[in-house]
Design a protein. Structure first.
Lengths: 569, 153
């Protein structure tokens, strides 16, 4: 109940959020990389993210170069990648286990509290500093990578320091078995006395020159470690002066706060042995591995960067058919011939819905970060140029085919094979559903076809596969309001009108077949024909019949001499 | 030629409502009249020199014209929501997909789906100390297109 009188309170209105359409082209890459938490799909949107989380470029794997190629080819266009590292068996996390003032301490290579195996961890050194040494009243943990300071954390207690490190560090986790006392009393040789009230201290058997320094506090080594005084100056090993006068005491053993920095280099990190089977999906509620790490993620395109074999392609195909949404993108092996393409086609072609884009034939020469030439699977530049840049140039519609001269490779110096003969291209594309990279003297290399492994003309185009998956997802969100509503004629009308409005916009944008009127390209049905009176009254069937637009694959311009029409006198 | 078949039924102009997808309005606008619903094109003429007949062809410019809608103020939140909506449409150029639903014998029979519907003016009645008319506000509106969609059973 409100208070009597005027009261003004602050709050946030719980208004409905505006409708946001689903993602269109998020790419999931299952890869090997320098580092990265294994079997965890991590979203990245910049090369900087990739460098920090996955360790940047590494010539031992295709993955990092493919990621670089995607960002290079995409240019200024927004890129969203879900990267998942496969570390293989035998991968070991680099660590340092030690004891600091009787407290067991373990530092492990990690990111945000999750261990991150690999030899990369051996480049790390953690430096733990006693309370007050680096920052007044704080313990400190500094992280060095290859000798360079990359992170510094402070905490008033070791527990606070540990919590900070494990929450925020991109490089290590820290595990302190117990709290380390802020004061570490180091007892020194000899006894000290102040015989007259004043600030002159006399030592017997002491080594003031080595055990103390100006500004250091002297403590009673016994009992509650009472403060004896702060050193102002040191005359010799047995005479020093305190900053302020103290009361008389005699023959006390003294201590100082022993502060030091403990260098903890990480060792023992090892990369695992990765085999193709490590990429295969193992579904699990708690610990999925391989392709299964992408299940449930907001991903529309999936590729594996390392193993380009028929067995891997078949596993991907089976996985995607189970997912019924994302599109698989594969590459033929290096040096593949038309016979390999035929073998892939024999195994992967099917006369129905295929979630696999036809394998891309070719390997691309790109430059690494220092300018050396590197051979990577063509899916790198294909994903960046054809799947991301090309649609973006054409207003980011979902129905834009990933190919054509808009997909010209900007960062590829050469392709293997460089050029294919026209009869071979015809055969590869039409018979073997293999996608090709074309070369034009005036343009360069670009994606020349966009077919799936379906032999059914309805499902042959990649863009129609992407478009259908997108519509399924979008309508699943847009039409959600129909759930758990009274099954009334008004609801049916609303649903039909919403669908019609959506498809009309798509039709106007060129996503539906434009050679026929809209009423032919789209029809919405929700009447007795699909909702017979005999059906369960809790059921509502709505049929949206649509005709997608197709892409041009074979264009023929006939240049014919027509001199015969001239009248010669 | 067969004789015309006998009438089966006759729709009447009453029994309709407008649905505007704006919280606070939806189907509660309680509009009373909608006039000017139309679709037209211009005409170009070509004279046949042999017969001197004028042959007429469409100029292919499709115009959905201007509509007028009226509703009576009720002193409720819908009045406020309409004022805000009209202001937003006039000042920011907002357009909305709007649906008019035609009822017949208590059943929905068809919907008129407007694309790019926008109010361009609201005209308030004369205030008159001796007047006895309803406080009826008339709105001028246009759309980018409309289509009649039969309602499924």
């Amino acid at each position: 109940m409100n208070d009597v009188g005027l009261s003004v309170v602050e709050g946030v209105a719980n208004g409905q959020s505006a409708f946001r359409e689903p993602s269109k082209r998020n790419i999931g890459l299952l890869m090997q990389s320098t580092r990265g938490v294994p079997n965890t799909a991590t979203k990245i949107t910049s090369v900087e993210d990739f460098n920090v989380i996955f360790g940047g470029q590494n010539p031992n794997f295709f993955g990092p170069a493919i990621v670089k190629s995607i960002f290079d080819e995409a240019g200024d266009i927004p890129v969203t990648l879900y990267l998942c590292r496969v570390a293989g068996t035998g991968a070991v996390v680099a660590k340092n286990e030690t004891t600091i003032t009787s407290v067991a301490v373990t530092i492990r290579a990690a990111r945000k509290g999750i261990v991150d195996p690999g030899v990369w961890g051996n480049t790390l050194t953690a430096a733990f500093s006693s309370n007050g040494l680096k920052s007044k009243g704080n313990f400190a943990l500094e992280v060095f990578k290859s000798g360079s300071l990359v992170e510094t954390f402070y905490g008033e207690t070791v527990a606070a320091l540990q919590a900070k490190v494990n929450k925020a560090s991109n490089y290590v986790t820290a595990d302190f078995a117990a709290e380390i006392p802020k004061m570490n009393y180091g007892v020194h040789e000899g006894t000290i006395s102040v015989t007259n009230t004043g600030n002159t201290v006399l030592g017997v058997g002491t080594h003031f020159l080595s055990d103390t320094r100006p500004g250091i506090v002297l403590y009673d080594s016994a009992g509650t470690h009472a403060v004896l005084g702060t050193v102002l100056s040191i005359q010799d090993d047995t005479h020093l002066t305190l900053k302020t006068a103290v009361t008389v005491f005699t023959d006390k053993t003294f201590a100082t706060n022993s502060q030091s920095t403990y260098s903890l280099p990480l060792t023992g990190g090892a990369d695992g042995t990765v085999v193709e089977a490590d990429f295969y999906p193992v579904e699990s509620m708690t610990n999925p591995t391989g392709l299964a790490c992408f299940t449930g993620k907001d991903i529309q395109i999936i590729a594996c960067t390392e193993f380009h074999s028929l067995t891997m392609a078949k596993v991907l195909d089976t996985y995607l058919r189970g997912q019924e949404g994302p599109l698989g993108v594969i590459n033929l092996p290096l040096g593949a011939t038309e016979f390999d393409a035929e073998e892939y086609a024999t195994e992967l072609q099917l006369n129905g819905i295929s979630y696999m884009a036809g394998a891309y034939l070719g390997w691309a020469k790109v430059s690494d970060s220092v300018g050396n030439s590197l051979l990577i699977p063509a899916i790198g530049p294909v994903l960046g140029a054809a799947y991301l840049r090309t649609p973006n140039i054409q207003r980011d519609y979902i129905h834009i085919p990933p190919g054509g001269t808009d997909s010209v490779f900007k960062y590829v110096s050469d392709m293997i094979p460089q050029q294919l003969s026209q009869p071979l291209i015809n055969k590869l594309v039409r018979d073997f559903s293999c996608n090709v990279i074309n070369f034009s003297d005036s343009v360069g290399f670009f994606v020349g076809s966009s077919r799936t492994y379906s032999t059914d003309p309805l499902y042959q185009s990649i863009h129609i596969r992407q478009q259908t998956s997108f519509y399924k997802k979008l309508l699943g969100v847009k039409m959600l309001y129909v759930e758990q509503k009274p099954n009334t004629p008004e609801l049916k009308r609303e649903a039909l009108i919403d669908l019609r409005t959506f498809f009309k916009t798509e039709y106007d944008n060129g996503a539906l077949e434009r050679s026929v009127p809209f009423d032919t390209a789209y029809q919405g049905i929700c009447d007795r024909s699909n909702n017979p009176t005999s059906q369960d009254r809790k059921t509502l069937n709505i049929d949206a019949l649509w005709i997608p637009t197709e892409c041009t694959e074979a264009v023929k311009i006939s240049l014919k001499r027509n001199d015969g029409i001239l009248t010669v006198n | 030629m067969a004789r015309p078949k006998k009438p089966q039924d006759a729709y009447v102009v009453n029994g309709w409502y407008l649905s505007i997808p704006v919280p606070g309005i939806m189907s509660d606008g309680l509009f009373e009249t909608l006039s000017g619903l139309q679709k037209s094109s211009g005409v170009v003429e070509v004279v046949d020199a042999g017969t001197n007949r004028k042959y007429k062809f469409t100029d292919q410019m499709v115009d959905f014209g201007e509509m007028t809608l009226t509703r009576t103020y009720q002193g409720n939140v819908t009045d406020r929501a309409m004022e805000v909506l009209v202001n937003t449409m006039i000042e920011n150029g907002l357009k909305l997909p709007v649906t008019a639903v035609k009822m017949h014998q208590g059943r929905e029979v068809l919907s008129i789906v407007f694309e790019g519907f926008a109010f361009h003016a609201s005209n308030y009645p004369e205030l008159n100390v001796a007047g006895t008319d309803k406080f009826t506000v008339s709105y001028t509106a246009s759309c980018d297109g409309w289509a009649i969609v039969p309602v499924g059973a």
